[in-house]
Design a protein around this ligand. Structure first.
Ligand code: 5RP
Length: 232
């Protein structure tokens, strides 16, 4: 039986999408990779949202049989509204994964997590056999940290411990991400807090150092991942 949910039927991306023409081209490139039978990991953010729209068109036109594994509630709801079947890492390993990014440096190292979904995004990237990062030109930087802080997801009662340890790693600004549409801080997909952290210099082992702090669930620094970057 169908829910016939008005909420699901009226879902759309909640804000204006920046660089939408480039993102739409990237969406078409991702949709062209889909083969019937694929299990596809889906990242979060507006570029992934547009890619899902393009994939759903191919599913309809060509009767493709695919399943998605989402990295956020936002993307799970989008799959539901588009009629794209969802599975999980319990049932399946993704054949491939696509995601956006906030910054990409010349070594294909990334900053992600503006949307707060970096824990499941990194998990999916690790689990998947092939990873595509789709970015418009505005995301390319010479040096990570040029435009975005590094998001760090923190177990709530570890907040002050993590703050103190981040300072010893050289953090020069640490902000607790505030919610919009709710009082107080952002609560992540996993019920945790998010710190936005700036460093003067991002060393090549900073991802590992941040991860080793007790209380850190994950960071949005992706320095050690196998990814193929597609620039639109
Ligand atoms: C979400 C992310 C997004 O991939 C990143 O913020 C890019 O978003 P957009 O495609 O909307 O520009 O990491 O956690």
């Amino acid at each position: 039986m169908d829910w016939n949910s008005d909420i699901i039927k009226s879902l759309s991306w909640p804000a204006a999408i920046s660089n939408i023409e480039s993102k739409q081209k990237l969406a078409e490139q991702i949709a062209a990779k889909v083969r019937s039978g694929n299990i596809i990991g889906v990242g979060s953010g507006s570029t992934c949202y547009l890619a899902l729209l393009a994939i759903s068109q191919r599913i309809k036109n060509e009767q493709l049989n695919i399943m998605a594994i989402s990295t956020s509630i936002e993307i799970a709801l989008t799959c539901s509204s588009l009629g794209i079947p969802i599975t999980s890492l319990y049932e399946h390993r993704p054949d491939w994964y696509f995601d956006g990014a906030d910054e990409v440096d010349p070594n294909s190292h990334l900053i992600k997590g503006r949307g707060g979904a970096m824990f499941k995004e990194k998990l999916m990237m690790n689990a998947s056999q092939q990873n595509f990062i789709i970015v418009d030109h505005s995301k390319l930087v010479d040096k990570l940290g040029s435009k975005f802080p590094i998001p760090v997801e923190v177990f709530p009662t570890a907040l002050m411990n993590v703050e103190a340890k981040l300072k010893t790693l050289g953090a020069n600004e640490i902000l607790l991400r505030a919610a919009q549409g709710k009082d107080g801080p952002v609560i992540s997909e996993n019920g945790n807090l998010i710190l936005d952290v700036k460093f003067d210099h991002i060393e090549k082992d900073l991802e590992i150092k941040i991860k080793s702090i007790t209380g850190v669930i994950e960071s949005g620094l992706f320095q050690n991942q196998l990814v193929e970057i597609i620039v639109g």
